[in-house]
Design a protein. Sequence first.
Length: 395
Amino acid sequence: MSDVLTRFLSQKLAEVKEKGLYSPIDVLDGANGPLISIDGKEKINLASNNYLGFATHPAVIQAANDATTIYGAGAGAVRTINGTLAIHEELEQRLARFKWTEAAIAFQSGFNCNMGAISAVMTKNDAILSDELNHASIIDGCRLSRAEIIRVKHSDMADLAQKAKQAVESGRYDKIMYITDGVFSMDGDVANLPEIVEIAEKYQLIVYVDDAHGSGVMGQGAGTVKHFGLQASVDFQMGTLSKAIGVVGGYVAGSRQLISWLKSQSRPFLFSTSLTPGAAGAVIKAIDLMETDPGIVTALWDNAAYFKEKLIAAGYDIGVSETPITPVILGDEKLTQTFAAKLIAEGVYVKPIVFPTVPLGAGRVRNMPTAVHTKQMLDEAVSIYKKVGRDMGII
Ligand SMILES: *Cc1c(COP(=O)(O)O)cnc(C)c1O
């Protein structure tokens, strides 16, 4: 191995370990369902993004198997060579219908969708106004486009309006985009889409909403844009198939013209092999299930409300979440790490989230109740929260 590389790695690994930014990775013995097993010990799982339980739903698994049997384990090529199978077309039509748009394009992940879609449209002659709490994949997609990135204070509509005005008046940009998460994953708050759309209309902004945590959750499952009835005013409805949909993949839903452009220009679509047929089949089934049984999304919200109420009654600060994302805010980084470790040892699997993912002094343990947790599992989790909180003098 190169000495230069060895020196670099030794130094950098020591640095991140010293800062407490290097965590060992837990390995699950089996599936990522409401209960998980780690090192042979069963735990109540409050760390996944599997909001609706589709990752382990028997009909979704069956659909993956069926599609694999018909179309094979892999797609065999990138979409534009001959890796577009009938099931990919079916998936995109299904996504467009799901999002109430003319068309949709599927990618291999939400992350590469943001990388590919933003950079296919925005150029170095453009500006992107970006909420400061946007997801890493949005930040990377914006950087890749080489557009000027203008950070906007989190959900601060006055700041957005002022920066949009400045950008327009500067006359320096061909196009200006505003990009935001639909639901912010660390606090569970929802973007103010009605005001965003109003400001966008005034300043002719392109609107891009990343609804990774909104799809399958808000708007009876159709997402935050549908929740506010703004399908006609949001240009890019981006989402992931890995969270509430429970499988893997990303997509943009929008006008036929936009999707045609992305299909001819976005680099992960042109140069990376398409989604596996099994993933495409599983996603179609998950969306079907969600749309035909509204009880699944309702169960998610019921469980979240139940769990939140009990945590508040126990004396915890759960922040400003408007969605099932339930942070338990502790503040101090060390305290947050110790608290999470004790919860895990007692049987509740949660993730501590600390600086730099959230601001310094805003450490929290994030809980993701799902539609498939039973009330008994949630009760058990709350009783462990109470025990650990009392032992540590937090509540
Ligand atoms: C998780 C997430 C992504 C990435 O999605 P993957 O399909 O997991 O790659 C993109 N944007 C946001 C806001 C996310 O939360």
